[in-house]
Design a protein around this ligand. Structure first.
Ligand code: ADP
Ligand code: MG
Ligand code: MG
Length: 872
């Protein structure tokens, strides 16, 4: 196996072997661009290094030194030579770019003798000492792990003694002092003198770059970005060019278009007489790239031309690094530039209009996560300094927000003020408060906990499962893992897109959905096959979803309609009722509300299906559990406290998620189904009379046996038909079920004979298939990820092998008896890319997700269709 490749051998499609940086350097060489020559030690060599217990095998060493002698021939320089030494950079570069996460060593090949002799034969010896001090410091840091700041301190001391502000102003003699002090410090730290043999330096540096694959920040970055640990990094060894040679030299970074806005204008910075990281290190303030035109017009023009060449070649916005040595331009790196959501969409649309890429390519390129930024508030970057990270939880509902900490919605004094609700976990009673607050932070609960689901539906920012926080409700304080105490009324800020919690008030900026966004999304709609519907329980959410392009409601959770103060009272009255007639009387009071809410939904979704799920949660969720609240309720209901307590106790279950809920409620209390059917039908009739096109889909939850479904259908259908007849209205309605119990999936052919549609309720289906509760799983799932037992949260990304298999079985069985059956999913997975791809490939009809995920689902559905076509 070959482990080392000259830049002359590689190309851009060899990223898996050469890493992104190496592959692109080789590609640029083949394009004839001015790139310093070099070679790449492959990612496989890195894996081999780890396999061989952190040593580089002799055959790889041989390949490396063969390439060094090739490089010597190519450059006419020699490793360790006194008058014309070859110096190299040793640069990390993995398959995908991990900016700043791994290490690089510059100016390798210098030693005391080379420096002394070489400086005798050049016009400007200063740069040699400057390069040496940089090399010693980088080697000490990267190879030996010594603290950089010890070296910085020396440099700062010399600078202040010489009374200069920046290191470009230090003279050659000053730099000699710095070098001597650095060498002393190195020897003190290491016990040995700084290594003088360039070959030894090289091998040590290559090993150090291999090791940097597993430094803490690289591991963290990989985890955040779903990059496998198994890839390893390549190492690029490249001839040095000197931006620090003189005042006709410099170094810079530039994007071919603006990465924040997407504007088609060169964007970047450079520093004269500087090297490497100086531009980003903030020691000196760099100049805007366009001013290079005044300083070195020829270089500037050449750079602009190269930008065009690279953009046209890669057909994408490029992020480039360059160095100018004595007025000669060199390109040191190019890659596709990272960009904001707004820039991603604008650049994609512009590139299509410029004829560089197709619409399909444009769609494939934009990451759904980036699209998300366009739909929510984000932090104002200039205000980020006002906040300090104090904790990190799950990024449960995207967006950024700030507010005063409040631990109980009843403590909110002014509804117009800014609040962040902080709770152990939220319950349905908190809904009203959640709507008032700017953001929600919970200690317990996963990505499908109540707080997360409700927040996503409302488009409110939410961080949940922040287990390191301790709430003391008595003293109304919050203590972080690092013992910072936050009091009620203190400002905190949340980033629901990253899970970060900040102390302090960080300003936010509103989302901007421009014309490009509409164009882009219309391309997605033209290509996608899946319909995208939304999960919405009220007119407001339905309107948002329509604006975001949802074609119908895939899930309306009717119980959410009961939590309003007046409604919950009547609902509780229904729950505690002892007789059918008492219960019917209470339900009669609830009916008008439900009908009214359904009308709102039908109006917003004129012409599109509205799927209404009948009552689902266990009844105890609707009853209070605090003493004082129980007393008040007993009084309001005119029953005794002990009667109410008994009632509440009788509803308690060991395992409520597997208890008396879903269709089981409706079967025990058919009058609830009757009321809900009436509400749907009467709302539909009234809307039809108003000229609205209504498509009600009634959905029965938690069916496990076809007989459950049949029993309820035999109540719903005759009632619906008789109401239509009575009002002399005709309309199409459907009755279907959620498939969320494994048994239902396995007997889907029996159920599909009776049902008009199935909606795979993947939240419950995941919970039931794994046998763990979605509300409790956050307790141990983190440990599962750490131990690599699970790679993803199955509540976020559909478990294709298990839960997906059940969906496949159910789909095949259902279609075999009822080819026209409408099939879709409505769990949280309905808005997640890989899960949507699964639905597309399985040939489902639709996905349904929360309103703010609708555009992401539309894009994901388009991508899935494009990939499917490509595979044909
Ligand atoms: P990172 O991945 O952190 O950007 P790089 O390997 O790109 O690390 O190196 C950082 C910087 O070092 C480059 O931007 C460039 O300025 C400088 N550098 C790297 N190789 C060379 C070289 N051969 N000659 C001059 N400067 C170099
Ligand atoms: Mg770089
Ligand atoms: Mg369910």
């Amino acid at each position: 196996m070959k482990y080392v490749y000259s830049f002359k051998e590689g190309n851009k499609d060899m990223k898996n072997v050469l890493g992104g940086k190496g592959a692109n350097l080789a590609e640029m060489v083949s394009l004839g661009l001015p790139v310093p020559m070099g070679f790449t030690v492959s990612c496989d060599a890195c894996l081999k290094y780890y396999e061989d217990e952190m040593s580089i095998s002799s055959n790889i060493c041989d390949e490396i030194f063969l390439q060094i002698s090739e490089l010597e021939k190519h450059t006419g320089k020699k490793f360790g030579d006194y008058t014309n030494p070859l110096l190299v950079s040793v640069r990390s570069g993995a398959r995908v770019s991990m900016p700043g996460m791994m290490d690089t060593v510059l100016n390798l090949g210098l030693n005391d003798l080379v420096v002394e002799k070489f400086s005798g034969v050049v016009d400007n010896p200063r740069f040699i000492y400057d390069s040496y001090r940089r090399f010693i410091q980088m080697f000490a840091d990267v190879v030996k792990g010594f603290d950089r700041s010890l070296f910085e301190e020396i440099l700062d001391k010399v600078k202040s003694e010489k009374d200069v502000a920046d290191d470009a102003m230090l003279s050659v003699d000053d730099l000699k002092v710095v070098v001597a002090l650095f060498l002393d410090l190195y020897e003190k730290l290491d016990g040995d003198y700084f290594p003088q043999d360039p070959k030894e330096q090289l091998m040590e540096a290559i090993k150090a770059v291999f090791r940097s694959w597993n430094n803490e920040r690289a591991i963290f970055y990989r985890k955040m970005n779903d990059i496998p640990d198994s890839w390893g990094t390549a190492v690029n060894v490249q001839e040095m060019v000197y931006g620090n040679l003189n005042n006709d030299s410099g170094t810079g970074v530039a994007f071919t278009r603006n990465p924040a806005t997407g504007d088609n204008k060169l964007f970047g910075e450079y520093l004269m007489n500087a090297q490497g990281e100086d531009v980003v290190a903030g020691i000196r303030t760099p100049s805007d790239i366009t001013t290079l035109n005044d300083v070195m017009p020829d270089c500037y023009k050449e750079f602009c031309d190269i930008c065009k060449v690279l953009e046209n070649h890669y057909r994408d916005m490029q992020d480039m690094e360059f160095t100018i040595e004595n007025k000669k331009l060199y390109i040191l790196q190019t890659r596709s530039g990272k960009r904001t959501g707004a820039a991603a969409v604008k650049i994609a649309v512009d590139l299509v209009n410029e004829g560089l890429i197709t619409k399909e390519e444009a769609l494939m390129r934009v990451d759904g996560k980036l699209l998300d930024q366009l739909l929510h508030k984000t932090f104002d970057t200039s205000s980020l300094k006002n906040g300090k990270v104090i904790a990190k939880g799950l990024a449960a509902s995207p967006g950024a927000s700030y507010g005063k900490v409040v631990f109980d919605v009843n403590d909110i004094v002014n509804k117009d003020d800014d609040y962040i609700l902080v709770k152990l976990e939220t319950s349905p009673e908190d809904i009203e408060g959640m709507a008032i607050c700017n953001g929600i932070l919970t200690v317990r609960g996963g990505m499908t906990s109540h707080a997360a689901v409700v927040a996503r539906g409302m488009g409110t920012c939410c961080v949940c499962g922040c287990e390191e926080l301790v709430i003391d409700s008595a003293s109304k304080t919050l203590t972080t893992g690092s013992s910072i105490v936050v009091k009620e009324g203190d400002y905190i800020s949340l980033d629901g897109s990253t899970g970060m919690v900040y102390l302090g008030k960080i300003d936010t900026v509103d989302p901007a959905i421009g014309g490009d966004f509409k164009t882009f999304m219309s391309w997605a709609d033209d290509i996608k096959k899946l319909e995208v519907r939304t999960n919405a329980d009220n007119g407001r959410d339905a309107r948002v979803a329509r604006d975001f392009g949802a074609c119908g409601i895939g899930l309306c959770r009717t119980e959410h309609m009961f939590f309003d103060e007046e409604r919950i009272f009547n609902f509780r009255k229904m729950i505690v009722a002892d007789t059918v007639s008492e219960r019917e009387a209470a339900l009669e009071l609830i009916l008008p509300y439900q009908k009214h809410d359904f009308m709102d939904l039908f109006r917003e979704m004129d012409g599109y299906p509205v799927t209404i799920r009948f009552l689902d949660p266990p009844l105890h969720e609707f009853l209070p559990n605090k003493e004082d609240e129980i007393a008040t309720l007993a009084n309001d209901l005119s029953v005794s406290v002990s009667f109410l307590k008994n009632k509440i106790d009788s509803l308690k279950e060991f395992n409520p998620m597997m208890g008396h809920r879903g269709c089981r409620l409706s079967i025990t209390y058919p009058e609830i189904v009757a009321m809900q059917t009436k509400a749907v039908c009467l709302a539909a009739i009234e809307c039809v009379k108003d000229g609205i096109s209504v498509k009600p889909h009634i959905m029965i939850p938690l069916v496990g046996d076809v007989n459950e479904f049949k029993y309820l259908k035999d109540i719903i259908a005759p009632l619906f038909d008789s109401l239509l007849l009575e009002h002399n209205v005709s309309l199409d309605y459907k009755i279907g079920t959620m498939i969320e119990i494994p048994r239902a999936a396995l007997t889907a052919d029996e159920i599909a004979k009776e049902a008009d549609f199935f909606s795979f309720g993947t939240n419950d289906l995941t919970q039931m298939t794994y046998g763990f509760s979605r509300d409790d799983a956050s307790k141990f799932l983190n440990c599962y990820y750490d131990k690599k037992i699970f790679l993803n949260d199955p509540f976020v990304r559909l478990d294709i092998n298990g839960v997906g298999e059940l969906i496949k079985i159910a789909t095949a069985k259902a279609r075999s008896v009822n080819p026209k059956i409408d099939l879709g999913i409505c769990g949280e997975h309905g808005g997640e890319e890989t899960s949507i791809k699964f639905c597309n490939d399985l040939g489902l009809n639709y996905v349904s997700c929360s309103p703010y995920r609708v555009p992401i689902a539309r894009l994901a559905a388009a991508k899935a269709a494009i990939m499917e076509n490509d595979n044909k």
